[in-house]
Design a protein around this ligand. Structure first.
Ligand code: PHB
Length: 441
């Protein structure tokens, strides 16, 4: 046994004491030395595979710009294919949280998968930045302090379109969407303003997600007396629906309109001239002339073999931008999750879609604009040309009661007799309100 002198006993004891005092800090420093792990639950196969690919590419563009190192730590993306199946998406989410111990989770594309993931994410206090799935409930009765959404709620691109279609296209409309939550949400939002604007629904149909033969539905549309169709389809469903609509001879007589996903650049090359004239609502088009978007389109095309970025790539870009800014704000320390939530909530930057910010009441993005776009042949090929727009489209957030962050006090007034606290109106911005002391009269 080593002989313990008074000197080395004191040395050991004080080191131990210092260690005890520094313990959590030392442990934290060690644990934070590894990479920041970002888990992606996305479809890399199936109907929405092209969406998963675009979202991933948008993220990679931002992380590559940062040399894959932020706040002193490497960025590691762990990609999982949810195969568009809710049970698979939930299993992959559990694996990323429990085994990989990711710092931040992102995805999914499918609203049903998001609803399935929600409780695991919420109960494990994992930060999820939703990069596509629009399930309205996630900004409403199923909202969570730990969940943010950079993409859209299903309500956002569709609600402005109801009134617009009734006013500018037709009042006799047939509506169609795949038979699952996003389809119901999106058409529900359209109806919300279409009917009060005097619109009449002449028919409504919900083919299965992944339908390849729309002939029975197109026959119904032809027989319905509709003057226009409003549709939500995406990925390979959008390719099949738009092409078959044209092949069926409906394009000339019944105007096709819908949610922007119907004619995004991920599907436009496959749709070709069948998409010309289709009118849709969306928060993005690569034709936006703001400088951030011009740079984004140029860099995206250079990195991905000339591919035109779509709204999904913009969602991936914004998701990564939120992550990068948050990691810089906390110096790469991802252990203090409430702090990370606090900095994410305050994200504000120039995105390709315009000024990006979250609604602090719901953690859902406020769309600077929903553009009404028409597919036309323009200089760069077939694209969505903006013809009108609606500003500041914010989900109503009905039923969401997120804890409000406390105001940030500059100093308190309790110790100063004759003075009381008041919010400084000059400094008030969103939830971050600062306190001034007012002399009581
Ligand atoms: C969804 O399931 O929420 C969803 C999927 C594809 C889209 C938009 C929304 O293009």
């Amino acid at each position: 046994m080593a002989h313990v002198t008074r000197r080395n006993f004191l040395g050991t004891a004080s080191l131990a004491a210092a260690g005890a005092a520094m313990g959590p800090w030392v442990r934290r420093a060690g644990a934070q030395a590894g990479p920041v792990k970002i888990g992606l639950v996305l479809p890399y196969s199936g109907v929405y595979a092209v969406l998963g690919e675009s979202i991933t590419q948008g993220m990679e563009l931002v992380f590559a710009r940062e040399n894959w190192t932020v706040g002193g730590r490497k960025i590691e993306m762990i990609k999982e294919d949810d195969e568009m199946q809710p049970p698979v998406g939930i299993r992959k989410t559990e694996k990323l949280i429990d085994s990989d111990k990711v710092d931040i989770l992102t995805g999914p594309v499918h609203s049903g998968i998001l609803m399935g993931m929600r409780d695991k994410v919420h109960n494990s206090k994992t930060i999820l930045i939703v990069s596509n799935a629009g399930a309205d409930a996630i900004s409403r009765e199923r909202c969570s302090k730990w969940i943010f959404r950079t993409s859209f709620s299903n309500w956002q691109p569709n609600q402005p379109m109801g009134e617009w279609v009734a006013k500018h296209v037709s009042k006799d409309v047939f509506i169609a969407a795949p038979n699952y939550q996003a389809g119901k949400d999106q058409l529900g939002a359209f109806k919300e303003t279409f009917v009060p604007a005097g619109g009449k629904l002449v028919g409504e149909d919900y083919p299965k997600l992944g339908e390849t033969d729309y002939a029975p539905y197109l026959t119904k549309i032809r027989q319905s007396g509709a003057k226009a169709v409003y549709a939500f389809f995406s990925g390979s469903d959008a390719v099949n629906f738009v092409k078959q609509y044209d092949q069926f001879g409906l394009k000339q007589s019944i105007k096709l309109t819908g949610a922007g996903f119907l004619t995004e650049p991920d599907v436009l090359p496959a749709q070709g001239k069948s998409a010309l004239g289709v009118i849709t609502g969306h928060f993005y088009t690569p034709l936006l002339d703001n400088p951030t978007n011009q740079r984004f389109v140029k860099e995206f095309q250079a990195k991905f073999g000339g591919k035109m970025p779509d709204g999904f790539a913009c969602q991936g870009y914004d998701t990564a931008e939120v992550i990068v800014r948050a990691l810089k704000a906390v110096n790469g320390n991802t252990q203090d999750k409430p702090k990370l939530v606090e900095v994410i909530e305050k994200s504000e930057f120039d995105s390709p879609r315009g000024r990006f910010r979250f609604d602090p009441k719901t953690h859902n993005v406020i769309q600077p604009f929903i553009y009404i776009r028409e597919v036309r042949e323009v200089a760069g090929g077939i694209n969505n040309v903006p013809i009108d727009r609606v500003a500041n489209v914010t989900d109503p957030g009905t039923g969401c009661t997120l804890p409000r962050p406390p105001p940030l006090p500059l100093w308190t007034c309790a110790a100063r007799p004759g003075w009381s606290r008041g919010d400084d109106p000059q400094r008030f911005r969103g939830s971050a309100c600062r306190v001034i002391c007012l002399r009581r009269r």
